[in-house]
Design a protein around this ligand. Structure first.
Ligand code: CP
Length: 310
């Protein structure tokens, strides 16, 4: 089997379709084994360092539990408790940590800093969310769609709301696997044009579409997957109250779900703000797969760790 040994995972752009499918097959196998409480020590004696500049529920627990289930260890490193907080350069931190760890997972605000960390690291660096990307989330998301719908190519994926880090990696991952991608945001909140351009390049290989639309109905119409995220992410300027009026037309509610395909999945990376980006009714509906999506963080990331860590 081809492997991703030793590679970084920084934005999702690194993976091609075959590699994504290999990760899915591994995730599917590991998920079935986990359900039977059978754990193979595929990463025995390996240690993952987990740098967090921000709080986390899903990412921290899924990586930590994942490493333990694979026979290895995970080391929680709050950025505030590292010498980084006292001004030690990220380049030095990276060279020190990569002499002791087998891989580094980092949730740090700045993508540029993450790329510096990776540039100086001799072990794989995994992006656990920056201001630009959230590739581990995207991997679990498209794995969930693949599990639920049995295919990806040709499905219509609609992202509604802020063109943020979650949006960027959702668009990249869906374009990479041949989905038709629609992204609807209020003016001034579109995803990064460079990301959209890359997605269009990926889509050209499939003959699929990547469309930015202003009218949310265009995105909702016949969608196979509807995805949203909070309207104000941690670290962003402004207030929720100020965003509410502008973003409310992009809310995922029953009227929106009625426009979509009858089997449409509702997805959200969590945590969600009910009655803002999604109504309670949709969040708790049969269309909602948000908790399976959250569980799949564990299985998809275990696959990623097995493929990346030599
Ligand atoms: N979706 C996600 O990354 O959740 P956490 O912030 O809880 O890790």
């Amino acid at each position: 089997m081809k492997t991703l040994f030793g590679r970084h995972f920084l934005s999702f752009d690194e993976l091609n379709f075959d590699e994504i499918m290999q990760l899915f097959k591994t995730a599917e196998l590991l998920k079935a084994e986990t359900r039977m409480r059978r754990f193979q020590p595929l990463l025995a004696n390996r240690t993952l360092g987990m740098i967090f500049e921000q709080t986390s529920t899903r990412t921290r627990v899924s990586f930590e539990v994942g490493m333990r289930q694979l026979g290895g260890h995970a080391l929680f490193l709050s950025a505030n408790d590292l010498k980084l907080a006292k001004g030690e350069p990220i380049s030095d931190t990276s060279r020190v940590l990569s002499r002791m760890l087998d891989a580094i997972m980092a949730r740090i605000f700045s993508q540029a800093n993450l790329e510096t960390l990776a540039a100086y690291s001799s072990v794989p660096v995994i992006n656990a969310m920056t201001d630009m990307y959230h590739p581990c989330q995207a991997l679990a998301d498209i794995f969930t769609i693949w599990e639920k719908r049995g295919k990806l190519e040709g499905l219509k994926f609609a992202y509604l709301g802020d063109g943020n880090n979650v949006c960027h990696t959702a668009l990249i991952s869906c374009a990479k696997v041949g989905m038709n991608v629609y992204s609807a945001s209020p003016e001034g909140h579109d995803p990064d044009p460079a990301v959209v351009e890359r997605c269009r390049e990926y889509a050209r290989a499939w003959g699929s579409e990547v469309k930015l639309v202003r009218d949310p109905k265009e995105a909702f119409q016949d969608a196979d997957v509807i995805y949203t995220d909070v309207w104000l992410s941690p670290g962003q300027q402004g207030s929720e109250e100020e965003r509410k009026a502008r973003f409310m037309p992009y809310q995922v509610n029953n009227a929106a779900m009625k426009l979509a395909h009858p089997k449409c999945l509702f997805m959200h990376c969590l945590p969600a703000k009910r009655e803002l980006e999604v109504t309670e009714e949709v969040f708790e509906s049969e269309s909602s797969v948000v908790f399976e999506e959250a569980e799949n963080r564990l299985h998809a990331q275990k696959a990623l760790l097995v493929h990346l860590i030599p």
